[in-house]
Design a protein around this ligand. Structure first.
Ligand SMILES: C[S@@+](CC[C@H](N)C(=O)[O-])C[C@H]1O[C@@H](n2cnc3c(N)ncnc32)[C@H](O)[C@@H]1O
Length: 327
């Protein structure tokens, strides 16, 4: 096995892609492996054989290496950075993403000039802190009705909203959004659980989005609000999500994009490895150690407003140097 004090040798052995390929002594004696390709070609070990180990020195090197899925079950990834991503957290905290989400809600809905305000429902308010700040700065005369399933997040949301003097403008209920009936005539706003993983064994299972990250997102589209402002992540089959929304008569009337570095949630090993698998099938769009998130403002069957779905997909696929995907 590779130990911490093996580090200098691992660095010396790193190949040009920046990925050091290791194998235990027994395995290496029979199959010296210089690159991930060598390792993929090497014959499978018998039941008594040792497991080869890949040590990646940076997320960038892992993402630039050949698809790890080709190596099958024989490889164990040992990356300091990946291990660092394994943190336990009960409340969603990502200030960059939350600010982007709240800013776009303000731009697309709270500041929209209309004679009658749109009723706004929110899926998954989290601790509601960022949204409360943006709501306080807006002239929106209506009420945001939020749903939050996580007890600690809900507790913090209620406390923060009360302290900000917004209790009559921002009401967050502790409930499963899907267990409640909703009036579809208003708008739904959501920064959804979109983390892809084979199973919900995450530090915060409420952020699980199914095997390809689209399970909750597609369910929310199916609920059928007239307006929907949702974050769509490039690591969770964005092409499939936009196509699904079009099949449900949604059009993209506006969008905004942000590039985010892999962070504590996406670096959790069960998530990170799934993103690798999805990327090798063109279902996750990543570039180096970054991914994109789009705040997408969908509306149902609006006449005279151009549909920007194709433009959104073009921007995302072009950013990660992928072939154009037709909506
Ligand atoms: C990505 S976080 C977004 C939090 C907040 N809106 C923000 O942007 O900072 C998603 C939130 O959805 C909540 N959630 C997940 N499933 C839910 C459900 N079925 N009903 C209500 N809330 C849910 C999670 O607990 C989590 O707080």
């Amino acid at each position: 096995m590779l130990h911490d004090n093996d580090e200098p040798d691992a660095r010396r052995n790193a190949n040009s892609a920046g990925v050091a390929v290791w194998s235990s002594t027994a395995f290496a004696a029979r199959h010296p492996a210089e690159t991930l390709d060598d390792l993929a070609r090497a014959p499978r070990e018998g039941s008594s054989g040792a497991e080869p180990i890949v040590e990646a020195w940076s997320i960038r090197s892992l993402l630039q290496s050949p698809p790890l899925s080709r190596l099958g079950r024989r490889v164990v990834i040992r990356s300091r950075t990946l291990r660092a991503g394994r943190q336990h957290t009960m409340v969603f905290t990502d200030s960059e993403e939350s600010s982007f989400y709240s800013r776009c809600v303000k731009k697309f809905l709270l500041d929209a000039k209309s004679s009658s305000p749109t009723e706004i429902t929110e899926f998954g308010s989290g601790d509601a802190a960022t949204m409360a700040r943006y709501l306080a700065r807006s002239r929106y005369p209506g009420v945001i009705r939020g749903y939050e399933i996580n007890g600690e997040s809900h507790h913090r949301a209620r406390k923060g909203i009360k302290e900000a003097g917004l209790s009559t403008r921002y009401i967050v209920k502790r409930a499963d959004f899907f267990a409640t009936r909703h009036d579809h005539r208003g708008a739904l706003i959501v920064n959804p659980p979109y983390l892809p993983a084979p199973a919900p064994r995450l530090a915060m299972p409420e952020l699980w989005g199914g095997p390809d990250g689209t399970r909750v997102v597609k369910r929310l589209i199916d609920v059928g609000f007239d307006r929907l402002m949702m974050l769509v992540a490039s690591i969770s089959d964005p092409i499939g999500v936009i196509k699904h929304a079009r099949r449900r008569s949604y059009r993209v009337v506006d969008f905004s994009l942000i590039t985010l570095p892999f962070g504590k949630y996406t670096l959790e090993p069960i998530v990170f490895h799934q993103i690798q698998r999805l990327a090798s099938r063109g279902k996750a769009l990543v570039r180096n150690a970054d991914y994109q998130v789009a705040a997408v403002y969908f509306r149902k069957s609006v006449d005279g407003v151009p549909d920007r779905s194709q433009r959104l997909l073009d921007r995302m696929t072009c950013w990660c140097r992928r072939e154009r995907a037709k909506v």
